[in-house]
Design a protein around this ligand. Structure first.
Ligand code: ZN
Length: 686
């Protein structure tokens, strides 16, 4: 996390897919809300070339006898006024490069204004790679792009209180800038650009962005006649993307306005930045220029961030009682776009989500209710993937019209307020007229996922056709779920939704034609632990498992040290290398080495050998297989040390693949092996 734990804000780190997966983090707001009202009126003058910032903030407070705020110690406070009269105050050094200021108001005041003027110099842009940059952005300025993140002490911060604000921004001409909120005035005069914004909803922080932008605008008239201002603030070399982005924003805003309720703000802007980052805030998203060129941003991440204007920045998640906003947003954005592509893409997406769930190492799974924000890979799977499945199963249970009615009720009743899982449950109960406490309680409070299986199935002939007697089993303690079971006959497929509640249950399924096979949840509609036969092995399985052992199949020191580097780059939990002389124990394995050594090692350790499809191809080959004990084996085999070194950058981005062929650093072929499947073949009746 990039800010002290006591400070959070309504900013969502973008999901940047495989290319920048490490950059994804949801930091939604806290539930605490102060009764005292607070309003900032800021005049901000920024000179990106000299990095000088000059601010006058008039803070209107109510019901206080003093005002305490913190400000980054890089700023020199020039004066403090209480209701226009100068006061003398001295700062106390506080944590994290800040000073704390305490301005006494003399007595408990119904209303007072504290004005603070300060100036200081911001950081230059870092030239670090994105991982570095994401760890903690200070306020920084550059003619190429300035970014003053909220929560970094660039304006007076008063506890964890929500506030409203108005901000006038003054920049050299040629620069444009913005903060979240409604643009109420904008002009160029005297060689300066000036714009004023107002944010009238409860805000937790202010992010300020400026750059040498070309602004493109589209005004959308909404039902009821009010106007929605869509903008791109792009660097000149991105101008060709502006219209596509505006069209995409328009489409997403319309989709969710229809689905949930009117878009709750008056603007939405897509803003480019010089750093390879991505953030979502109310009314805008800020992304690196390189990121904006990635095709999946427009087709997926952008919609996800826009939807956060409803879930997260419109209704706030109550972190103390769990963050529902990421799961709901992932379901209504990322997963929904797959459904829009078609049934095959949606099924593929469900399989991917479930295989990530299956990859959670034993003991690391937590109940969805305990998810607050993403801090590592496993919590993302819980918060986003399991969350997606809970909403998918709920929609299957209630039917889409009732589910959607529940969403709209939730929005109507909770907008700009804090809400918990219980509030969501209440909205769906109201919409459906049924009790959902057992559904929510089970899927939110239990960790892990059920392992449903067909234990027995046999066919009898009946007077009118055939009957399949099927026994479904699962481990103790049993989950309750509706599990689709599909019987295939020569004339087609029949689906039976079976209501399962115990560890072993028999069901009778009548079909007219002779049944050939029966399959449990073949379309992956239930949150469950997949059987190994349903999952082709992929790299991710070794990546996320803390038990993964890396073996350097070599005696050469250079190869060994490259193998150690690669293991650290790839694995979430890298350990010291194991030696090729040691035969592997019982866990997941990552074997790294030069081709001949790798083949020798696999043969000696009695592990699956090099698959035919990668033999002799490219400068390096990567593949996965199951060991006899069902654990995954991943192999990285290169023809030379240079070829091995070339994988350090790219390989960590290919977790979803079963095999890859590299030509130096370029993946020239990759893929997922087909799963063997898990059908129960039925013999004909006796
Ligand atoms: Zn999100």
């Amino acid at each position: 996390m990039r800010r002290p734990a006591a400070l959070t804000r309504v900013t969502f780190w973008l999901y940047l897919g495989a290319a920048l997966a490490a950059a994804w983090m949801g930091i939604p707001p806290l539930g605490a809300r102060a009764a005292q009202s607070l309003h900032h009126d800021l005049a901000v003058r920024l000179d990106p070339a000299s990095r000088e910032l000059l601010v006058e903030d008039s803070i209107a407070v109510q019901g206080r006898d003093s005002v305490e705020f913190t400000l980054a110690s890089r700023f020199a406070v020039e004066r403090v006024l209480v209701d226009g009269a100068p006061v003398r105050v001295a700062p106390q050094p506080a944590q994290a490069g800040r000073n704390e200021w305490r301005v006494p108001l003399g007595q408990l005041r119904q209303a007072a204004t504290v004005a603070v003027r300060y100036r200081g110099r911001l950081d230059p842009l870092p030239n670090a790679d994105h991982r570095e940059v994401l760890r903690g952005l200070p306020p920084m300025a550059d003619p190429l792009g300035s970014f003053l993140p909220g929560g970094t002490g660039w304006y007076p911060e008063i506890g964890r209180t929500f506030f409203t604000y108005r901000l006038s921004l003054d920049l050299p001409d040629g620069q444009r800038g913005l903060v979240p909120g409604r643009l109420i005035d904008e002009r160029s005069e005297d060689g300066r650009y000036r714009a004023t914004f107002a944010f009238t909803r409860p805000a937790e922080s202010i992010d300020l962005i400026a750059g040498p932008y070309r602004v493109r605008e589209r005004i959308v008239r909404r039902k009821g006649g009010d106007r929605l201002r869509l903008r791109t603030y792009f660097h000149a070399d991105l101008a060709d993307l502006a219209d596509d982005y505006l069209a995409a924003v328009d489409k997403y805003v319309a989709l969710y306005s229809r689905w949930i309720g009117p878009y709750p703000f008056t603007e939405f802007s897509v803003v480019s930045g010089p750093l390879p980052t991505g953030f979502g805030m109310p009314t805008l998203t800020y992304m690196g220029a390189r990121v904006l060129r990635l095709p999946f941003i427009r087709t997926s991440s952008l919609g996800h961030e826009i939807l956060h204007n409803w879930w997260g920045n419109g209704v706030y998640a109550d972190l103390d009682r769990g963050n529902w906003s990421e799961g709901l947003t992932a379901f209504m954005a990322d997963y929904t776009y797959k459904e829009q592509e078609g049934p095959d893409a949606a099924r593929e997406a469900r399989l991917e989500l479930l295989r990530d769930v299956a990859a959670i190492p034993p003991g690391q799974d937590t109940p969805l209710r305990r998810f607050t924000s993403r801090s590592h890979g496993t919590s993302r799977i819980v918060g986003y993937h399991k969350g997606t499945f809970v909403f998918l199963m709920l929609r299957d249970l209630l039917g889409a019209p009732v589910f959607d009615a529940g969403l709209r009720l939730f929005w109507r009743d909770r907008q700009f307020r804090t809400a918990s899982w219980a509030d969501l449950e209440g909205a769906f109960e109201e919409a459906s007229g049924r009790k959902l406490d057992r559904f929510f309680d089970q899927w939110l409070s239990r960790s892990g996922a059920p392992r449903f299986r067909i234990e027995r199935a046999r066919v009898d002939r009946t007077a009118s056709g055939h009957r399949v007697r099927i026994t479904l089993g699962q481990d103790e303690p049993a989950f309750a779920a509706t599990v689709p079971v599909v019987v295939t006959t020569p004339t087609g497929r029949t689906e039976f939704p079976l209501v399962v509640a115990g560890v072993r249950q028999e069901f009778v399924l009548d079909v007219s034609a002779r049944p050939e096979s029966v399959a449990l949840d073949p379309d992956f509609r239930v949150l469950r632990h997949l059987d190994i036969a349903e999952m082709p092995p992929i790299l991710r399985q070794v990546i996320v498992d803390p038990a993964t052992v890396t073996i350097a199949a070599t005696t050469a020191e250079t190869v060994r040290s490259l193998a150690a580097d690669l293991s650290r780059a790839l694995l979430d939990y890298p350990h010291a290398l194991s030696d090729a002389a040691m035969l592997p124990g019982g866990g997941p394995l990552l074997v790294i080495g030069l081709s001949a050594d790798v083949d020798r090692f696999l043969a000696r350790a009695n592990l699956p050998g090099r698959p035919q499809r990668v033999v002799g191809r490219g400068t390096a080959q990567v593949w996965t297989a199951y060991q006899q004990n069902g654990k995954v084996l991943a192999v990285v085999s290169a023809e030379s040390t240079d070829a091995l070194r070339a994988l350090l950058g790219p390989l960590p981005h290919y977790g979803r693949q079963s095999y890859l062929i590299f030509d130096a650093a370029r993946a020239v072929e990759r893929g997922v092996l087909p799963a063997p499947g898990r059908e129960w073949r039925l013999s004909p009746p006796e």
